[in-house]
Design a protein around this ligand. Structure first.
Ligand code: VAH
Length: 310
């Protein structure tokens, strides 16, 4: 992996991934792409709508990349509000990116999610191989996406790789339309108002991860020995299993007067309850050495320090 095209480069993961990759591989070797870009954003960038397969192909060819990291997608809550649009973007965009990678013989990364699991999946210590009957359009997209990436590996020999991300917490670009967004909002509002009203109920556990761990996982997986990859497109990875009150308790170690209230959103609560409480990451650790560096306290300290400096 030396020259990379990132789709969804203006999103929560993409915006920090492009910066991280540029630090590791050189700015001129990482091409961002999205429907729009921030004026001040530097480095190679292409305006690409991933529902236009030719646009992805042309951007990859123009910059002579050897890898596509496909991140453009609608997240879970937004996908539930527009399921047909989500199918077109999440699945149409994915097969377009896979086709570009096949035609140009590129390495390929796209994330799956804990959203690929459903209410009949074992909720605790969720195995790498298990029942996957998601009840959301996002989950259907993620399971189908994992299988499509497996197909492109088995049928065409494409070097596809992916992880099942938990909820990701970051302070650079807020997520849009996710179920786990509360775990990002809580930090911003703790800083501004010393209080937050959670749309997810207390005692609702979900897997979470700090963005630095999420980005390191991509690079570690993409640089791993392909002969060691068994689960290649769908590695369970997680760092933290937490409910809203756990974030509140961690924040209060820095902002003692922080107040956490609840006003549950039934749609996102139902999505959250269909996902595991905590997943087993042992296959990722065994096959490519996945390790998370941030627990909830270390993440909280870093998040609040970064938000204070903005
Ligand atoms: C979402 N942040 O909430 C995403 C993620 C596991 C959750 O896929 O939809």
């Amino acid at each position: 992996m030396k020259k990379i095209l990132v789709t969804g480069a203006m999103g929560q993961i993409g915006s920090e991934l492009v910066e991280n990759l540029r630090e590791n591989y050189g700015s001129s070797n990482v091409v961002g792409s999205d429907l729009w870009k921030k004026e001040e954003m530097e480095g190679p960038f292409e305006i690409v709508d991933v529902t236009d397969g030719q646009a992805i192909h042309d951007a990859a060819k123009k910059h002579n990349v050897d890898t596509i990291m496909h991140l453009a997608a609608l997240l879970s809550a937004k996908a539930e509000s527009a399921p047909q649009l989500a199918w077109d973007l999440n699945m149409g965009g994915l097969i377009n990116a896979l086709e570009a990678a096949r035609e140009l013989d590129l390495q390929f990364f796209t994330p799956s999610s804990i959203g690929a699991f459903g209410p009949t999946t074992p909720k605790r210590n969720t195995p790498q191989e298990t029942i996957m009957r998601p009840t959301t359009m996002y989950g259907v997209n993620k399971v189908a996406g994992e299988l499509l990436c497996d197909y492109y590996y088995f049928r065409y020999g494409l070097d596809t790789r992916g992880v099942r991300y938990p909820g990701l917490i970051s302070c650079v670009t807020p997520p849009g339309g996710g179920t786990t967004d509360y775990a990002v909002e809580i930090y911003h509002e703790a800083m501004k108002y010393k209080k937050y009203t959670s749309y997810i109920a207390e005692n609702t556990y979900m897997d979470m991860m700090y963005m630095p761990d999420a980005l390191n996982a991509i690079i570690k997986l993409m640089e791993a020995d392909p002969d060691k990859l068994v689960n290649r497109n769908a590695y369970n990875i997680s760092a933290i299993s937490a409910a809203p009150e756990d974030f509140g308790n961690a924040i209060r170690k820095h902002i003692p007067e922080f107040e956490l209230n609840y006003n549950v959103d039934p749609v996102r609560q139902q999505i959250a309850e269909s996902w595991p409480d905590n997943i087993d990451s042992s296959a990722a650790k065994a096959e490519w050495g996945f390790e998370a560096a941030y627990d909830i306290d270390k993440m909280t300290e870093d998040m609040l320090a970064k938000l204070r400096s903005i």
